[in-house]
Design a protein around this ligand. Structure first.
Ligand code: NAD
Ligand SMILES: O=C(O)C(=O)C[C@@H](O)[C@H](O)[C@H](O)COP(=O)(O)O
Ligand code: ZN
Length: 374
């Protein structure tokens, strides 16, 4: 469906305007950018997996005269630890980066969040570039949220720091394992719920097998997701209000990630579970009218496991949700939907959280059992 080739979106925020290139010519666009910039040195931060698979492609963008060094971090959430953050800063100092140096985040959201935070804080802030390599990173590479995890909460330490540009060479996505396609697709679905019923209808009708998304559809859905996010970030860069809607599914989702142990579930799977829970809360609190059962069936077809692990402790989740960045005075606030495309932020009492959780557990267990019986 729709456009091919190189797509360009401009992200306009109060602090910076920058381009997002998507598609075949993105690496050429990155080369052009690097050749015309005044960077004294480039630090590439990547993880061991992406480094092994794709570093050679990135190297083609760096001319022979360009001075660069590479710091490799453990894959996934292991990258977003204090110890890795400190090691990255040490590496930058030992390799003589200065205030005119630039960091390239080459990887998925975990690498992007870490590298962005290193850039935001090294010598009080240097420039950085996002070169995303996952579907999920259509979300994480845009908008300037950077940070690392604390054992007591996801992304609890961080900064808003916008990149100089986002160069999304989607050929690199071909090596993604199914679990990571599924994780990234969850944020696409989230964007559709927040802003666009038609887009959600398109996804539910056209995507029935995550291993068979055509290149044209992929470029289309990445572009669409980025446009939805760009529109929100344009209005509220630092989450003073509206931007919180991008957190649909994240209140329970982040609690799941924190309590299961970072990296035990993928970010996207946790967020999809949180999103379904938010739909049940919406039914109860905002009179959302929607066929949640049909949506759940579609998710099960795509391989999402909505059942909560038996060892998950909802009391601990409530503690985490009270500590969430959207909470004030220890009261959990959720992104709910009045309609698809019409999100609201609402404080939810503990009694409602618990009774909806019971309902949600029963419904999702039933979905899981039906799947096993098939
Ligand atoms: N800053 C934001 O606005 C924002 C938005 C959404 C999510 N996030 C964060 O992003 C993180 C999740 O992002 P992610 O899933 O992209 O993270 P990730 O960087 O952990 O990548 C996921 C896995 O895929 C592997 N991988 C990456 N690219 C690959 C490729 N092309 N081929 C094969 N394997 C590849 C990685 O090595 C890793 O094991 C979470 O920490 C989440 O909190 C941030
Ligand atoms: O960009 C945003 O704003 C988002 O909320 C996007 C989320 O998908 C992302 O996971 C983000 O890192 C969550 O932000 P946080 O402030 O809850 O840590
Ligand atoms: Zn997210």
């Amino acid at each position: 469906m729709k456009e091919e080739g190189n797509l360009l979106i401009n992200i306009e925020t109060s602090s910076k305007t920058y381009p997002v290139f998507i598609g075949e010519n993105s690496l050429q666009a990155l080369t052009d950018h690097l050749e015309n910039a005044d960077y004294t040195k480039i630090l590439i931060i990547t993880d061991f997996t992406v480094g092994r698979l794709h570093l050679d492609e990135l190297r083609t963008c760096l001319s022979r005269i360009m001075d660069y060094c590479i710091f490799k971090v453990p894959a996934s959430e292991q990258a977003k630890q204090f110890s890795v953050y400190e090691e990255a800063l040490t590496f930058a100092l030992e390799n003589d980066l200065d205030r005119k140096s630039c960091i390239i985040a080459f990887g998925g959201g975990a690498v992007g969040d870490l590298a962005g935070f290193v850039a935001a804080t090294f010598m009080r802030g240097i420039r950085f570039i996002q070169v995303p390599t996952t579907i999920l990173a259509h979300d994480s590479a845009v908008g300037g949220k950077t940070g690392i995890n604390h054992p007591l909460g996801k992304n609890m330490v961080g900064a808003f720091h916008q990149p100089e540009g986002v160069y999304y060479f989607t050929d690199l996505l071909e090596t993604l394992p199914l679990s990571e396609i599924r994780s990234g697709f969850a944020e696409v679905v989230k964007h559709a719920f927040i802003a666009d019923q038609e887009f959600l209808d398109f996804l539910m009708e056209s995507i029935t097998d995550l291993t068979k998304i055509s290149r044209t559809d992929l470029n289309y859905i990445l572009k669409k997701g980025i446009e939805i996010k760009a529109n929100i970030v344009h209005q509220d860069e630092r989450e003073n209000g509206l931007r919180a809607v991008l957190n649909l599914g994240h209140t329970l989702g982040h609690a799941l990630e924190t309590n299961a142990g970072y990296g035990t579930v993928t970010h996207g799977e946790a967020i999809m579970t949180g999103l379904v829970y938010a739909l049940y809360l919406s039914e109860a609190e905002t009179d959302l009218v929607m066929d949640i059962h049909r949506f759940e069936q579609w998710l099960v077809t795509l391989g999402y496991r909505l059942e909560i692990p038996a060892q998950f402790d909802f009391d601990k989740a409530i503690t985490s949700m009270k500590r969430d960045k959207k909470s004030f005075a220890n009261k959990p606030r959720f992104i709910l939907l009045e309609e698809i495309g019409k999100p609201v932020v609402k404080e939810i009492g503990e009694e409602q959280l618990r009774s909806t959780y019971e309902k949600f557990i029963i419904a999702t267990q039933l979905q899981g059992e039906t799947k096993k019986a098939d």
